[in-house]
Design a protein around this ligand. Structure first.
Ligand code: AGP
Length: 615
């Protein structure tokens, strides 16, 4: 979860490290810290609890002209957010500084080894012991790379670590152990970088290499050497990544979340471009889909795995795969999938969805699927991320950088990619009617315009938000394709406004959740004209009979709930199968505006991090 940045080179390291941290703050904002090395073997360390602006103010005017430095934004796992628990951590002699992402599962045993010898620890973290071990190994081997390699062998769990030592001020050593988030190395002109995310490097260099689990990078200004876990030199391919400087700034928007909601027509355009072919009335996945027809025909079922918002997108994808490709499809929470000994084999297609491609729960589930020999696809927003390296093929979300912690546009990009995948599978297996494919292709190509129209609902939704902003509980109900949207509505509201919200299949409501309903508990009911509207209407009547306020989301031109629900939000016209692409927008806008009304920190909600790299 934590953000990691490192720099060595010809420019002063301090401002580059701080700037990198600004791009990483969405990964964790409990505290931040830096360690800088000057040419005289001196170590400068600054740490501050809270958001990065506190550190920024703390170091102002004090940064030495360092040749190298490391920085860290923390999402607390062991030890509360505090100055003492902020990274970097040092060994007692101050010779070694480390930053860490992951959990040292055996930290108590490791710490005891040092405290038994009289060593003291200054923090309550699991990470500090890493600095002690690296220093011990450095003393023994005299080499920082070997010291970090031997250290990783003692740590249980998954980790990304960067270590520096005063002996060699221009050298950074980074290790990736297991699936604890990415480590990417950047190659500049007389300078080199290390980071947890590509986004932190791109303003400085687009030439990068990703560490795979078990690999170590020895990073110096004039070059980078790589070794594997056994200490053998390895070659890594350097890739050039595209960079869009506009995508990473807020522009005229008050928050990234609102900007990203408004970017969705463009996300949809990018997601359909080249995949949906109007002339041929079919989809084409090209290189994104690596399996031949014979392999596709051998698939007996599909399992979609993901977490959070990506899981809601995967739930929509499940409907697409069943309805369009007629393959039995299941959806599983990746963290559950991993531990329940799933019955899977090489006839089970596993499709993971992860905007970051670094979510540890999803990566471990993918490893499980790999071990069972399953063919795998991933839907991902981050080219080069770990999930794309585990899967056989990648369908990109094509949403551009998503900075707000609460996902919006990546869910949209995922749903479109999964719709295209379902059409492709259906055609190759001969289970999809040509006319249905043509109809779906045409509908998908009209979707960006419908999404643009849905944004026009914003003023109306802002009014509703101000009416309901002070409520403490919300219910979101849906059926069929609207169920994942209802779940997403509840998740968004919880995340950004801290209101207790529950998403439920509408049919389940009377089996328990209806007990929550009174005049203070509003329900958002997705009652689209998709064959299930009349069932939803009955559920709405049941809520009204208990004096619960209802906001109904309905299809274009549907007035059947006027006078039944308290408020009726009419969506723009869209094919029923693609309705989640527009019905999710009012969910996002409602959560956003309620959060703003409540004065919440929309882009960096408390306790959350954008990329979840610990279990
Ligand atoms: C969404 O708003 C959340 N930030 C979270 O649920 C997120 O979707 C989840 O952690 C999965 O992330 P991923 O897509 O990067 O795997």
């Amino acid at each position: 979860m934590c953000g990691i940045i490192g720099y060595t080179g010809r420019r002063p390291a301090g401002p580059i490290v701080i700037d990198g941290l600004k791009r990483l703050e969405y990964r964790g904002y409990d505290s931040a810290g830096i360690a800088l090395l000057d040419g005289d073997h001196e170590l400068y360390v600054a740490r501050s609890v809270g958001k990065l602006d506190r550190l920024d103010a703390h170091v102002e005017g004090t940064l030495p002209p360092a040749v190298a430095g490391i920085g860290h934004t923390r999402w607390a796992t062991h030890g509360e957010p505090s100055d003492a628990n902020a990274h970097p951590h040092l060994d007692p002699s101050g010779r070694v500084a480390i930053i860490h992402n992951g959990i040292v599962e055996n930290f108590e045993t490791l710490r005891a080894r040092f405290t038994d010898r009289g060593a003291t620890f200054l923090s309550a973290t699991d990470s500090e012991v890493i600095a002690h071990i690296v220093a011990e190994q450095l003393e023994a081997s005299g080499d920082l790379v070997e010291a970090l390699r031997l250290t990783t062998l003692q740590l249980e769990g998954a980790h990304a670590i960067v270590a520096v030592a005063t002996d060699e001020p221009g050298r950074l050593v980074a290790a990736r152990v297991g699936n604890a988030g990415g480590v990417v190395v950047g190659f500049g002109d007389g300078e080199s970088f290390i980071a947890s995310d590509l986004a932190a490097l791109l303003p400085n260099t687009r030439r990068v290499a990703f560490l795979d689990p078990g690999e170590i990078a020895d990073v110096r200004a004039d070059g980078v050497a790589f070794i594997d876990g056994e200490g053998r030199a390895i070659e890594k391919a350097v890739k050039t990544q595209p960079y869009d400087p506009v995508a990473a700034v807020k522009g005229r928007y008050k928050h990234f979340m609102l900007k990203e909601i408004y970017e969705q027509p463009e996300t949809a355009l990018d997601a359909v471009r080249g995949r949906y072919l109007p002339d041929l009335a079919r989809v084409s996945l090209g290189d994104e889909f690596p399996f031949d027809a014979e392999r596709v025909r051998r698939i007996r079922r599909v399992i979609l795995i993901a977490m959070g918002t990506s899981m809601h997108a995967a739930m929509v994808g499940r409907h697409y795969i069943e309805r369009l490709a007629r393959i039995p499809a299941e959806i599983d929470n990746a963290a559950e999938f991993r531990y329940r000994q799933p019955v899977i084999d090489d006839e089970t297609l596993v499709v993971s969805v992860a905007q970051s491609g670094e979510t540890v729960d999803t990566l471990w589930a993918m490893e499980e699927a790999r071990a069972a020999g399953c063919p795998q696809l991933t839907v991902c927003n981050t080219p080069g991320a770990q999930s794309t390296r585990v899967a056989d093929g990648t369908l990109l979300m094509r949403a551009g950088p998503e900075i707000a912690v609460a996902s919006t546009k990546t869910m949209l990009g995922s749903m479109i990619a999964l719709h295209a995948l379902a059409l492709h599978l259906g055609r190759v297996r001969g289970t999809l009617d040509e006319a249905v494919e043509a109809e779906q292709v045409a509908a998908a190509l009209r979707a960006p315009a419908a999404i643009g129209q849905a944004l026009l609902l914003e003023p109306r939704i802002a009014q509703l938000a101000s009416r309901y902003a002070q409520r403490e509980d919300f219910l979101f109900l849906g059926r069929g394709l609207s169920l994942p949207v209802a779940l997403e509505g509840a998740l968004k509201l919880k995340e950004v406004s801290y209101i207790h919200a529950e998403g439920y299949p509408a049919g389940e409501m009377k089996h328990g959740p209806i007990a929550l309903i009174d005049e203070n508990v509003p329900t958002v009911a997705l009652a689209l004209d998709d064959g299930l509207r009349d069932k939803m209407r009955s559920n709405i009547e049941q809520l009204k009979a208990r004096r619960g306020p209802v906001i109904a989301i309905v299809s274009a031109g549907d007035h059947s709930l006027d006078g039944v629900a308290d408020d009726v939000i009419e969506l723009p016209p869209i094919d029923p199968l693609l309705s989640p692409l527009v019905s999710v927008l009012p969910m996002q806008l409602l959560a956003y505006h309620i959060a703003v009304e409540r004065g919440a920190d929309v882009d960096q909600p408390r306790n959350l991090a954008k990329t979840v790299t610990v279990e």
